[in-house]
Design a protein around this ligand. Structure first.
Ligand SMILES: [Zn+2]
Length: 144
């Protein structure tokens, strides 16, 4: 008995009534040709699938690299900001210390100037009293 083609027709899913002469007698000449076209297309699609998968792998790897770099970048920026903040705090503290030092020094200078002025005033007063005394004495000499 001649082998029947194994292909099913698309319209009613019934077996093809032709004799199977191609592909180990599985298909008739018409369906063997169709299957060959489908196999070629499938092979092409599988090839394309591998190309796409490889591209996706590369994309994933690159994405991971970019994420890692941007994470490093953000960490670096954060570190810079922290350093700047610490530096600003240090400078503020230094300015405060210098202001306090200046204040203390200025108070010392003011106290010294006050003492000098008091000494000067006392000296002038002494000189004035001495002059008045001398004048009085010379007047008394003239009167006697
Ligand atoms: Zn057939």
């Amino acid at each position: 008995m001649a082998p029947q083609c194994q292909a099913l027709t698309l319209s009613d899913a019934k077996r093809c009534s032709e004799i199977g002469t191609q592909s180990n007698n599985l298909f008739c000449a018409y369906h063997a040709k169709q299957c060959h076209g489908i196999l070629e297309n499938t092979t092409q699609l599988i090839g394309q699938k591998f190309v796409i998968l490889r591209a996706l792998e590369r994309l994933e790897r690159r994405t991971a690299e970019v994420l890692y770099e941007s994470q490093k970048w953000f960490k670096w920026v954060r570190q810079c900001q922290d350093d700047e903040e610490a530096q600003r705090a240090k400078e503020k503290e230094q300015v405060k210390k210098e202001a306090a030092l200046f204040q203390r020094h200025w108070k010392e200078v003011e106290a010294r100037l006050r003492r000098l002025r008091q000494k000067e005033d006392a000296k002038r007063q002494d000189e004035f009293l001495e002059m008045a005394y001398q004048e009085r004495m010379s007047q008394e000499d003239e009167d006697t």
